[in-house]
Write a protein that binds this ligand. Structure first.
Ligand code: GLY
Length: 382
């Protein structure tokens, strides 16, 4: 696609899960339509909005106004910003607040925020009274293209990320692309890694389109809606075929085995955002695929070139404090990867590339090979 896109009516993507099917509504300035959509979906339901302090500052009043206009009663639950809320303590805070707000089986929890809020509020909804429906209103690019869609909810254990959770699908996702204008450039870029992931894993034409159109996505042009809708369509199709990740849904983890280990090695801190870990991880997966002869070196270089062009980290050495203990250590990274949920009976599963746009599940990669590969990458001169 070369002609510039124009902003259009909201785009609706269907997540085809039978009697649990739901819509993802994507568009610039769709947030004010939330109340009407919720009222149509669940007449008479009361709602509780779970959000974080920072998102509340920008978007809570607008969200409440939309619900009030549709005659919907609402209460608010505000957690601290950041991964620190995706904990037992955060879950207790949200669950107790929902109980205090008298949210019942026919009511709705509304997750207004990024991935942390969506995962936390979704999990609280999954266990409250053995399951209350919830709506996702994602406010980060990462949440709009990935975490708000597909029903993965959960919290972290001190022993690892997302180790406690449930599959609990939302009943509606409303993604307002204008909301992304308040993200820092770094946060937006980190979310963009997940957009690029859909091209790299299953859609070469989309990846080529991103190579040409990324500037308009960052600038908030109509390409942004197109990119988000294309990403959501790709995810919705995979989730509809493999909701519980018994097979192909694992492809969505491209870049995540390396990425999660890097996040853990940096203490899940601001040194490395999730999407930045996915960016470095995706390049490592491409390079490992090239080393294994599955793709050409140029293909791996193409993936790196695009991610680097938009300003994402692509080398281990790009990560802040690279030489600190735990990160520049192949054995430590291997130990962290062994904690990954994708480990089955001690065997490491990687998502590798058979082509740009053709990811494959490699269920039994030889650990010593990965270790030596990482060691060579760590020895690369910064
Ligand atoms: N974020 C990967 C998935 O939803 O399966």
């Amino acid at each position: 696609m070369t002609a510039p896109l124009k902003h259009s009516d909201p785009i609706t993507v269907d997540v085809a899960l039978g009697d649990r099917a739901y819509d993802i509504v994507i568009g610039r300035d769709v947030l004010p339509s939330l109340g009407g959509r919720v009222a149509a979906l669940r007449p008479g339901a009361r709602t509780a909005i779970v959000t974080d302090r920072n998102v509340a500052k920008h978007w809570l009043e607008k969200t409440e106004a939309s619900l009030a206009e549709a005659g919907i009663a609402t209460s608010r639950v505000i957690v601290e910003e950041g991964e620190g809320s995706k904990t037992y303590a955060g879950l207790e805070q949200v669950s107790e607040a929902l109980i205090a707000a008298k949210i019942e089986r026919n009511d709705l929890v509304i997750a207004l925020g990024g991935g942390v809020v969506g995962d936390l509020a979704g999990f609280a909804a999954a266990i409250l009274r053995r399951g209350v429906d919830f709506v996702q209103v994602p406010t980060s690019l990462l949440a709009q293209v990935d975490s708000s869609v597909g029903g993965k909810t959960g919290i972290n254990s001190p022993k690892g990320k997302n180790l406690l959770g449930a599959f609990h699908q939302p009943v509606l996702v409303v993604a307002d692309t204008a909301v992304l204008d308040t993200l820092s450039p770094r946060q937006f870029r980190a979310g963009y890694a997940e957009v690029a992931k859909y091209g790299v894993l299953g859609d070469e034409a989309f990846f080529a389109w991103l190579e040409t159109n990324h500037a308009d996505i960052f600038a908030g042009g109509a390409a942004r809606e197109h990119a988000i809708a294309t990403s959501c369509r790709a995810k919705a199709a995979i989730v509809a075929r493999d909701e519980r990740e018994t097979g192909e849904r694992a492809l969505l983890n491209l870049g995540h085995t390396f990425g999660h280990a890097l996040e853990a090695a940096t203490g899940f801190s601001d040194r490395l955002f999730h999407g930045e870990g996915v960016s470095v991880g995706m390049v490592l997966a491409a390079e490992l695929s090239a080393q294994l002869g599955m793709i050409a070196e140029q293909d791996a270089m193409r993936v790196r070139r695009h991610l680097a062009e938009v300003g994402l980290p692509t080398h281990l050495q790009d990560i802040a404090g690279f030489s600190q203990e735990g990160l520049a250590d192949a054995d430590a990274l291997m130990a962290l990867m062994a904690q990954d949920k994708k480990v089955k009976r001690g065997r490491l599963t990687f998502i590798l590339l058979g082509a740009v746009g053709g990811a494959v599940i490699a269920p039994d990669v030889e650990p010593s090979l990965v270790r030596d590969f990482l060691q060579a990458k760590l020895e690369r001169r910064a």
